[in-house]
Structure formats: structure tokens, C-alpha cells
Write a protein that binds this ligand. Structure first.
Ligand code: NAP
Length: 320
């Protein structure tokens, strides 16, 4: 019997490629670049199953054209790139990769948080420039992180992993989301706040909500004006949750002290006034970029695909 056909929109790490080559017939050899919308649609139309990434915009037209396709396994935990309503209407299963990237993304959030508060990138540039004249009492003074107030917007899987790491820094953890967590699910002393109160009280604010119509521009000019002028904003969730134009204004005027970004409104394009700002650290969307997480994400996709092709429920079907 012929193996099922699989469309892979991107080349995945080798351990995952070895498994998919063994189990499926690939529609085509995947490249390490984003496919054009036409190539993406053509690939999806030829496949029984597909693994797609967050850069692939999968709209209603594509979903309805890909009549053979049974499952779209998104190689990410966020799935804002897929028209879920259209998928549901056509009975197409969509899955994501929760949990396996939680630690990697929480670690990266902390790396970005510390790098932003302690001016790590500026320090590296100074040493490399050859202009460093030696230790100075006034050089590259940053902000203390230990003992400060950390505000987490979205205390889900990644938000909680970030909060747990804050224990080692003796931080007070505030959080905001739609439903406060119950004492049973939260043995920690994490305090619920309205968005307004969290932004007013926090020294560092970090965003971990999914991108949905409700969270689009959740942080705009008004919200930034509620933050302390000494506070930092960290975003490793999705770019459009922050109004990037308003963020640039707030950083330029000193409404807030700095920002650490892993994601952008129009990525990979960058707001032209962001890059000259030294108080901003810019990463290329590497939240889940450890070999371990990326391999596990691939294996999660394969598990979900196998389940659907075998007629079983997919373990990570969205929405749950
Ligand atoms: P999760 O477990 O579903 O947590 C999401 C949290 O957001 C929940 O606590 C939820 O609580 C809250 N939330 C949802 N809608 C909200 C709203 N309208 N207002 C306020 N809070 C809201 O998701 P996760 O696994 O932690 O992942 C979070 C996001 O991180 C993903 O969706 C993805 O976009 C992003 N991510 C980025 C990278 C990267 O490479 N940079 C890597 C992994 C994940 P309520 O339902 O109670 O509101």
C-alpha cells in the first residue's frame, strides 16, 4: 500500500525529517524558505496531511481548495495563521504543539528580560568595538531585576513557566488574563490584577497571550502610558499584540525605559524607528529555537497526523 502523502512547508530538523521520510510520501522536497502563497496552496492540494509553520497564512480559499487534506498540523503552539472557522466548517482537523516548547520559550523570555534590563547587547558591542577603556563606576548602568515586580499578561503554560523562574529572583509576580487561576491550580503566590493595575505596578511586563482578535493591540499608547517610566516590556508571544508604532513613540519619549522583542507586527519586516533605539533588544523569533524543542514539535505533529490518518482523535486538536 502507498504511504499517505505529506506536504511539509518548511525543512524541519534532521531527526524529524528522518521520521517523516520513513512514514510518508513527501509531496515535494521541503526548502528552508517560506513558500509563496501559490506554492503553499498547490502543496496542500496534493496532500493527505500537512505540517505548516507560523509564517504560512492558510485562508478559507486554500482550505476549501485542499479537498484531499485531512489534517493541518501547525508546527507551533499559536495558530493565528490558520482560518480556524473555515477549517471547522470543512471538517479539517487543525493541531498545534503545546507543552514541548514551554521551557524553551520561558528560558528565552528570561534571557531577553535580563539582557534588556542589564544592557547585555550594548555591552557586547562596546567590547567588540575596541572603544572600551576599562571598568567604570558609571558605565552601562542597568536596572536591578531581583526583588522587583514582574507583571505577566497571560499566565498559561509559558506564563507560568516564566513565573516559576521568577522565584529564584525573589520577584513579586502579578498576572492578568480573562479568568483568574484558582488556588487549587496555583500553589504559588501569584497575584491577579486588572490590566491597568498590572501595568501601573510592574517593573517588568512580559506578554504570553495568544494572538486573537481580542488581543490584537492589547498593548497600545494608552496601556504604555500606564507603565512606569523605569519599566521594561518583553514580548515573546506575537507581534500584533503590541501596537508597534505606539511602542516606538513610548520608547522615544521615555514613557517606558526599554523593550525586549522576539516578535514583530509585520515580521520579518521591522518598524524602521525600532532598530536605532539602543534600549531595545531585537531577536529573530527564536522563542522555541532549541534543537530539543524543535524536534519534539515535529514529533508532536507526526503523532497528531498519525492519529487522524488512523481515524483516531488528534491529541492536540484546536480549539479544544
Ligand atoms: P496558553 O497556555 O494557552 O496560555 C495563554 C494564556 O493567555 C492563558 O492563560 C489565557 O487565559 C490568556 N489569554 C487568552 N486570551 C486572553 C485575552 N483576550 N486577554 C487576556 N488573557 C488572555 O498558551 P501558551 O502555550 O502559554 O502560549 C502562549 C503564546 O505564546 C502562544 O499562543 C504563541 O503565540 C506564543 N509563543 C511564542 C513563541 C516564540 O517563538 N516567540 C513560542 C511559543 C509560543 P484566559 O483564557 O483566562 O484569558
Amino acid at each position: 500500500m502507498m504511504p499517505p502523502t505529506l506536504y511539509l512547508s518548511r525543512l524541519l530538523p534532521e531527526p524529524v525529517m528522518a521520521i517523516v521520510r520513513e512514514r510518508f510520501q513527501l509531496v515535494q522536497e521541503p526548502l528552508d524558505t517560506l513558500p509563496s502563497p501559490a506554492a503553499l496552496r498547490e502543496g496542500l492540494c496534493q496532500a493527505d496531511a500537512a505540517i505548516v509553520t507560523l509564517g504560512d497564512r492558510i485562508d478559507a480559499t486554500t482550505i476549501h481548495a485542499a479537498t484531499r487534506l485531512k489534517i493541518l498540523a501547525n508546527y507551533a503552539v499559536g495558530y493565528n495563521n490558520i482560518d480556524l472557522a473555515a477549517a471547522q466548517a470543512r471538517g479539517l482537523t487543525v493541531t498545534n504543539t503545546p507543552d514541548v516548547l514551554t521551557d524553551a520559550t520561558a528560558d528565552l523570555t528570561w534571557a531577553l528580560l535580563l539582557a534588556t534590563a542589564r544592557r547585555i547587547v550594548e555591552g557586547d558591542a562596546l567590547v567588540r568595538s575596541g572603544q572600551w577603556t576599562g571598568w567604570s563606576p558609571t558605565q552601562l548602568l542597568g536596572a536591578e531585576v531581583s526583588g522587583k515586580v514582574l507583571g505577566i499578561i497571560g499566565l498559561g503554560r509559558i506564563g507560568q513557566a516564566v513565573a516559576q523562574r521568577a522565584l529564584g529572583f525573589r520577584m513579586t509576580v502579578l498576572y492578568h488574563q480573562r479568568q483568574p487561576i484558582t488556588a487549587a491550580t496555583s500553589p504559588q503566590k501569584w497575584e491577579y490584577r486588572s490590566l491597568h493595575a498590572l501595568l501601573e505596578e510592574s517593573d517588568i511586563v512580559t506578554i504570553h497571550v495568544p494572538l486573537t482578535p481580542a488581543t490584537h493591540h492589547l498593548i497600545g499608547a494608552r496601556e504604555l502610558s500606564w507603565m512606569k517610566p523605569t519599566a521594561f516590556l518583553i514580548n515573546t508571544a506575537r507581534g500584533p499584540i503590541v501596537d508597534e508604532g505606539a511602542l516606538v513613540e513610548a520608547l522615544t519619549k521615555g514613557t517606558i525605559a526599554g523593550a525586549g522583542l522576539d516578535v514583530y507586527e509585520e515580521e520579518p519586516a521591522l518598524h524602521q524607528r525600532l532598530s536605532p533605539l539602543p534600549q531595545v533588544i531585537l531577536l529573530p523569533h527564536i522563542g522555541s529555537a532549541t534543537l530539543q524543542a524543535r524536534v519534539q514539535m515535529g514529533l508532536t505533529c507526526v503523532t497528531n497526523i498519525q492519529a487522524v490518518l488512523d481515524g483516531r482523535p488528534a491529541p492536540n486538536q484546536v480549539p479544544r
